[in-house]
Design a protein around this ligand. Structure first.
Ligand code: ADP
Length: 309
């Protein structure tokens, strides 16, 4: 064998664990410290919080938890620091049955958010992401992957790009959680089958021309587009066909994480092979149920709750 024919053995690639799942969610995981306070603290004020919620968060991570609770064999691919928050998040994933074989750990801290919630529902968030954004670059041999759908956000951008290319070659449906307009997200919306975007993203993408203008502009680059509008439901476009679906009426007490739950359910629905109308109703039901409990991850429902709903 000449040197040119010799297989390239990359130490990490050659040791990529095989994944055989229904749903792969790849991207951002963080830890949330949510402090409930009576009012916004003043400058230099020391304030005692009335409540503390301590849980994992992040777009793709929450979506993975949602897909797993809905009964799909689900894996998360992304980064967690080798610190207490990373250990905590990993344990949470395992409690929900999420496969973590494609989680990279390292000395950069687990991204952390300190969230201050006031009685009026307004939140102040301070977050630290460190330098883990490219931690998954070149780390996985995608030939080791078997999955029925893939959800990405843009946090591990190189991995997301590689996954869209792998998915295209293997006819696996891909969906992106488009939350805020950044160059990486603008590139990825052109590479996936399904764009499920927030209202804010649609507005930004339209250069503030309006949500419907954003929907149409996204439809020029992606075959299926959904814009979620919180308690007002969603609008969608496939080619020249447009539609809308109102939100399920629920007693919403905390809308945190509804979007992530919607995305996880959407990816789960794709893996289950649901038709378009059923897919949108299924994801909307999961998003609505998520709003009926306080705490983003706490509210993500189990499959039986969705069926009953
Ligand atoms: P994001 O957090 O990504 O902006 P949204 O707030 O738009 O996500 O919520 C996603 C979906 O969750 C909505 O399209 C809707 O189906 C459901 N949802 C969100 N808020 C409510 C609510 N107050 N009542 C019922 N359903 C809701």
């Amino acid at each position: 064998m000449s040197p040119a024919q010799m297989p390239i053995t990359h130490p990490e690639l050659s040791s990529t664990p095989a994944l055989d799942v229904d749903v792969l969610c790849a991207g951002f995981a963080c830890h949330d410290l949510v402090f409930a306070v009576p009012q916004h603290p003043g400058p230099d004020e020391k304030m005692r919080a009335e409540g503390l919620t301590n849980c994992g968060g992040g777009l793709a991570a929450n979506a993975a938890v949602a897909a797993a609770r809905l009964g799909c064999r689900t894996a998360f691919a992304g980064y967690l620091g080798a610190d207490v928050y990373g250990d905590f998040h990993l344990a949470e994933f395992h409690a929900d049955g999420v496969n973590t074989a494609w989680v990279v750990r390292g000395s950069e801290p687990t991204p952390l958010s300190a969230i201050i919630v006031k009685p009026d529902g307004l939140r102040t968030i301070v977050h630290y992401r460190g330098d883990s954004e490219g931690a998954c670059t070149g780390r996985f041999d995608l030939a080791q992957l078997r999955t029925k759908s893939i959800l990405i956000d843009a946090y591990q951008f190189d991995l997301a790009v590689a996954l869209t290319e792998y998915a295209k070659a293997n006819h696996i449906p891909t969906v992106i959680d488009a939350d805020a307009l950044r160059p990486q997200v603008a590139q990825l919306v052109q590479q996936v089958d399904y764009v499920v975007a927030s209202e804010r993203f649609a507005l930004e993408y339209s250069d503030d021309a309006g949500v419907e203008a954003g929907l149409h502009k996204l439809s020029a680059v992606a075959p299926h587009v959904v814009i979620t509008l919180g308690g007002r439901g969603l609008i969608w476009q496939q080619g020249a066909t447009v539609g809308q679906l109102p939100a399920f009426p629920v007693n919403a007490v905390d809308t945190t994480g509804a979007g992530d739950a919607f995305h996880g359910a959407f990816a789960a629905g794709l893996a289950l092979g649901l038709g378009w109308d059923e897919l949108l109703r299924y994801a909307s039901a999961v998003g609505a149920l998520c709003c009926t409990k306080v705490g983003g991850r706490v509210g993500i429902p189990m499959a039986a709750e969705v069926t009953e709903f």
